[in-house]
Ligand binder design. Structure first.
Ligand SMILES: *Cc1c(COP(=O)(O)O)cnc(C)c1O
Length: 536
């Protein structure tokens, strides 16, 4: 007998034990709701949708182990037991490679040996990594829990900006990234620093759909020559941080290679600039490295993650990504590392960050999260590094992209880790739709109206084309994104979406232009402004 993979069929990786029924909604009811919500994707009632691809953030199905861990959630105000478990799970994930301690099992198994709990969890001393422990987390705090990724960004940039202002006064400061996420960009510019995107030059190169299982060009990479010239041109003193986003959400969710991480790290070292990761979807990035980067096929996911993070001086992360949990975020920096040294101006930077954390998000041991969230997140860190899960995850997204490509839809290939991106410049190529007609928004409106499918425009509307200078417009891509929630949909859902998108593509001349009818100047306006489609 042949093994299954030779028969072209994949071995199933999970079973569903809970389901949610989808309600029947008519087109007229959806039209009514669209009108009443100003055609804003973020305001449409989710309960009226058939499929929701708005975001993969916090929308994942938790596993049975995560659900069962909720009972261990400890709602204490100070030093809940999940706090220790989570900090140690973060050390396991990002630093310990193939030698995790899994101290979480002490709690989940109800260990009563207090000496053991004190030695291994509650009082255990750690330093020199991303998560100081024991007395060191008090005297040199470097790990900060917050409710979401953007809270970590806010915490970081609002704390460092005044320090930089004091030091550099009126100088223009820049933070380059392989692709700033919208909230990262907004948090940086809200603090008077200029966010700059340095995308890979081959982001838009064609890629054959039938090669997706075989190779990957890592289009999420940062163009390192360009980074170097940029730093030299602007002067290293005016670059407080270099950022790498893994995977590169803004650049179509494309992965970043370890080779690129290494090269960016070398540049950061040369100019003595701290290198930070936006680590949302680090696990999905790692499975791409394992499957497609030379030299990593026989390495475990955990050692790949360990190597990736060995090149970082710190990271911000949304724990709502990668299927980790439904809520959570964090900021971490290397104890006594480059960031700590450069930003400890008139006092320890960690102490300053902790003060702001307490002012804004609560005591450091819960950071705006419930004890239940914290324990589910800690368990999630062990769930999402399982290879069958990760392979199935990126395979589903790839299948979605492949089916669209086979129907002639201009989808960015190869598919990224968490979402499928349609290239709107090509979608409306040759038609009278201009970039500031927001055709991508028109497509999202029609998808909801006709088929009850929600997607997100990440293009000239979300990135505020009309409010930007010609120079700034260069960093704006023109996508509609279908973010796939983890462990929620099966191939019947994907097929429904592919059929709907294909039908709209065939009838693209009927997709309306869209006007921003309210709040065109609001920051992060795609979350809040009103829209009006213009039907012919
Ligand atoms: C989601 C996301 C963020 C922000 O995280 P939130 O939890 O939504 O605040 C930052 N960077 C990237 C790349 C993201 O995908």
């Amino acid at each position: 007998m042949k093994p299954m993979h030779e028969l072209g069929v994949r071995v199933p990786t999970k079973r569903s034990l809970v389901i949610r029924n989808i309600k029947e909604v008519t087109k007229e009811q959806r039209e009514h709701a669209l009108r009443e919500t100003e055609y804003s994707m973020f305001s449409f009632p989710a309960d009226m949708l058939v499929l929701d691809f708005l975001s993969d953030s916090g929308t994942s199905t938790m596993t049975d182990l995560q659900w069962s861990s909720l009972f261990h959630g400890d709602e204490a105000y100070g030093r809940n037991k999940g706090y220790y478990v989570l900090l140690d799970a973060i050390r396991d994930t990002f630093e310990r490679g193939n030698n995790p301690k899994k101290n979480i099992n002490l709690i989940l198994s109800g260990e009563t040996n207090i000496e053991k709990l004190m030695d291994e969890l509650y009082l255990a001393s750690y330093e020199n990594g991303f998560v100081n422990g024991g007395i060191h987390q008090l005297t040199r705090p470097n790990a900060f829990l917050v409710p979401q990724g953007r809270c970590a960004e806010y915490l970081l940039f609002s704390t460092i900006a005044p320090l930089l202002r004091k030091k550099y006064q009126e100088a223009e400061l820049y933070i380059p990234n392989n692709g700033h996420f919208d909230t990262t960009e907004a948090n940086i510019s809200a603090n008077g620093i200029n966010p700059v995107n340095i995308f890979s030059n081959d982001l838009f190169e064609d890629f054959p759909p039938d090669q997706m299982d075989i190779r990957n060009p890592f289009k999420g990479n940062m163009e390192t020559q360009e980074l170097k010239s940029f730093i030299q041109e602007k002067n290293p003193d005016n670059i407080p941080l270099i950022y790498l986003t893994l995977t590169n959400n803004t650049a179509a969710g494309q992965p970043v290679s370890l080779n690129n991480i290494k090269k960016v790290n070398q540049i950061a070292r040369k100019f003595d600039i701290p290198l930070f990761f936006d680590a949302c979807r680090f696990a999905e990035n790692a499975i791409f490295i394992k499957n497609f980067e030379e030299g990593y096929q026989s390495k475990t996911i955990t050692t790949i993650i360990q190597e990736m993070f060995s090149y970082a001086d710190g990271f911000t992360i949304s724990f709502k990504k990668d299927g980790l949990a439904n809520i959570g975020g964090g900021l971490f920096f290397r104890d006594k590392g480059v960031f700590h040294r450069k930003f400890s101006i008139n006092g320890d930077i960690g102490i300053k960050l902790k003060e702001k954390q307490i002012l804004t998000f609560g005591n450091d041991s819960y950071g705006g999260l419930s004890g239940r969230d914290i324990i589910a997140l800690a368990v999630g860190l062990y769930e999402i590094i399982k290879e069958p899960y990760l392979n199935e995850r990126i395979h589903q997204v790839r299948e979605f992209a492949r089916k669209l490509a086979n129907n002639g839809i201009p989808v960015v290939l190869p598919a990224g880790g968490h979402a499928v991106y349609l290239n709107m410049n090509k979608f409306f190529g040759g038609s009278e739709m201009k970039i500031d007609d927001f055709g991508g928004v028109g497509l999202t409106v029609e998808l909801i109206r006709h088929y009850g499918i929600r997607a997100a425009e990440l293009g000239p509307f979300a990135f505020e084309w009309d409010n930007k200078t010609p120079e700034e417009r260069k960093g704006i891509l023109n996508f509609v994104r279908f973010a796939v929630p983890r462990n929620v949909y099966d191939s019947s859902h994907i097929d429904y979406a592919v059929a709907a998108i294909t039908e709209l593509y065939k009838n693209r001349d009927q997709i309306p232009k869209v006007k921003v009818s309210r709040g065109a100047k609001l920051r992060l306006r795609h979350f809040q402004s009103g829209l009006q489609p213009i039907y012919k």
